[in-house]
Ligand binder design. Structure first.
Ligand SMILES: NC(=O)c1ccc[n+]([C@@H]2O[C@H](COP(=O)([O-])OP(=O)(O)OC[C@H]3O[C@@H](n4cnc5c(N)ncnc54)[C@H](OP(=O)(O)O)[C@@H]3O)[C@@H](O)[C@H]2O)c1
Length: 337
């Protein structure tokens, strides 16, 4: 049987999706974006990856977040997305917001990682080919490179935008001082930084404590949270052990050593609050990130459509009482003590 032609849900913008403005820019981003770090590589079934991408777009999740080396193998998540572009999304390119990045290791030798102009320029050209795109909406410097003059990395971002290969520039995981320099440098060249991408979730408060959230707001830059579920830890996935098909079972990016008895009891207690709110733990964890209006959006990962369905429900209630927030903080701080 021939695959039916994809036709998106006509009510995709009335599905409950909401949009927030990214800093002082013209760009509205959906409160939830789909990240392709895991489960979109050439080791994963294409049909499942396509189903998740379709579900996202059908619900107004128009932002897809990639990087050159997402897979495995490196590059293959972009290739998968390229297939989805070609087969499903091509007629809807102008409804989509597609981001990619370069900064981590991608190919052998000195020009295949970090922040040189040579690496960033070559990497984006490769990404565009893999994704069947003429341009990306957003291109990130994926990490701060302490050994490359920051001006070189940032000027590459400026030139990429000026060449029309990306519409906006962003930075990820930059320490506050480097972020400050980047915001000023980019603004002075009329390519203001659109957004900062950083790890933020109930268990990891670094963007609050190191000032990244306040700094972004002051500078008119958006903030997008990656791993808002702490790679799945902040979901129901590990309340009763480690499922064989989970990220933790792979023992690569999420190690089972983090699931100590203390962590388990933290998750059980957090799950109790979620249940009182009528949410799953995953829904509450996403809602918790979105309770803060310094956060433009969260990027979730998923291994199946049912998880995205659950994650999407988070948008139904993103407000917390002061008591709930205090209780969550107490649980997290007491676990760290
Ligand atoms: N800038 C950076 O350096 C950086 C770093 C990391 C990530 N990111 C971006 O952020 C995106 C998200 O990162 P992440 O995948 O770590 O995010 P995450 O949302 O914290 O974790 C996603 C994982 O949680 C589990 N999950 C999701 N929803 C669930 C639900 N409703 N119930 C139960 N389990 C659920 C799934 O795990 P299973 O696979 O076990 O089912 C899924 O793969 C990435 O794809 C990437 O775009 C960027």
């Amino acid at each position: 049987m021939i695959n039916p032609v994809y036709s998106p849900a006509p009510g995709r913008y009335e599905s409950g999706i909401r949009f927030r403005r990214s800093g002082h820019s013209g760009i509205l981003l959906p409160e939830i974006a789909l990240g392709l770090w895991h489960n979109f590589g050439d080791v994963n079934p294409l049909a499942n990856s396509m189903e998740m991408a379709h579900y996202a777009f059908d619900h107004g999740i128009v932002h897809f977040d990639l990087a050159n080396n997402y897979g495995p193998s490196y590059g293959s998540a972009e290739e998968t997305f390229g297939v989805i572009m070609k087969k499903s999304f091509a007629p809807f390119r102008d409804e989509l917001f597609i981001s990619t990045k370069a900064g981590h290791d991608m190919w052998p030798g000195p020009y295949g990682e970090w922040g040189s102009r040579k690496y960033l320029m070559a990497s984006l050209d490769q990404s565009l080919k893999r994704m069947n795109l003429d341009y990306v909406d957003l291109f990130y410097s994926h990490r701060y490179d302490p050994n490359t003059p920051l001006e070189e990395t940032l000027q590459a971002l400026v030139d990429i935008v000026r060449a029309g290969k990306a519409l906006y520039a962003g930075i990820s995981k930059y320490p506050p001082e480097a972020a400050e320099f980047a915001y000023n440098y980019l603004k002075d060249r009329d390519v203001p930084c659109l957004i900062y991408q950083g790890r933020y979730n109930i268990l990891n408060r670094e963007p609050e404590t190191d000032g990244i959230l306040d700094q972004a707001r002051e500078k008119g830059v958006g903030f997008i949270a990656f791993s808002p579920l702490a790679q799945g830890l902040l979901s129901g996935r590990y309340l009763d052990g480690v499922p064989a098909d989970s990220r933790m079972a792979k023992e690569h990016f999420l190690k089972s050593s983090v699931l100590t008895p203390k962590m388990h009891s933290t998750l059980v207690r957090l799950n109790g609050i979620a249940a009182r709110r009528g949410q799953t733990l995953a829904e509450m964890a996403l809602a918790w990130c979105l309770r803060d209006d310094r956060v433009t959006s969260v990027i979730v990962g998923a291994s199946r459509v049912s998880q995205l369905e659950d994650d999407f429900k988070a948008l139904e209630n993103t407000s917390f009482s002061a008591e709930e927030l205090a209780e969550i903080d107490e649980i997290v701080w007491s676990a760290k003590a």
